[in-house]
Design a binder for this molecule. Structure first.
Ligand code: MC0
Length: 140
């Protein structure tokens, strides 16, 4: 099942400007920046409090015009694009969710931030919210 909120994803037109804004305005710390070619994003994890326990805001900028984030920005403008939950076992969670009648976007999990495994519930099956499931990489 779900363990906690992993991050809230916010679509932004300019990643560096958004990082600067979140640092100066909210005092958040940028703890990770990564480009994900498959997802068509450049993303920054902004830690909310002094530790990772406080959760993160993930800033998402488009790498190309046909990407999910570019489409979202065109349609809705900047703002919350997704809510992500940490799961211990993404395969089991996806199987359980499919059984409960919601559409998962991928047949098998794809690679997300920091080598995590990710999948999504279609927003039309979750009350208008794009739900991401994140199984973090096992830290050895
Ligand atoms: C679309 N819709 C949304 C939405 N995106 N509603 C809420 N939140 C969103 N983010 C709504 C539209 O307004 C429209 O509603 C309907 O869904 C259109 O659905 P569609 O035609 O099936 O699909 P598209 O082309 O709009 O794409 C939506 C979809 C796509 C969720 C399938 O964005 C997608 O594949 N997302 C998963 C990948 C992703 O988001 N990657 C970027 C983050 P109406 O009522 O007008 O019909 S990458 C990431 O997050 C990684 C790096 C990580 O965290 O590790």
């Amino acid at each position: 099942g779900l363990l906690r909120i992993d991050h809230v994803g916010v679509a932004v037109p300019d990643l560096d400007e958004a990082i600067d804004f979140y640092q100066r305005t909210f005092g958040m710390t940028c703890v990770h920046v990564e480009e994900n070619e498959e997802q068509g994003v450049r993303e920054a994890m902004m830690q909310v409090g002094p530790t990772r326990e406080g959760g993160c805001v993930q800033l998402l900028a488009a790498l190309r015009p046909d990407s999910a984030i570019a489409k979202f920005l065109d349609r809705s403008g900047p703002g919350v694009q997704q809510v992500a939950y940490t799961v211990a076992d993404i395969d089991a969670t996806c199987a359980a969710l499919a059984e409960r009648g919601v559409r998962l976007l991928y047949e098998a999990p794809k690679t997300g931030t920091a080598h995590s495994r990710i999948n999504f519930v279609h927003p039309k099956d979750a009350g208008g919210v794009l739900v991401e499931l994140v199984e973090p990489a096992k830290s050895s």
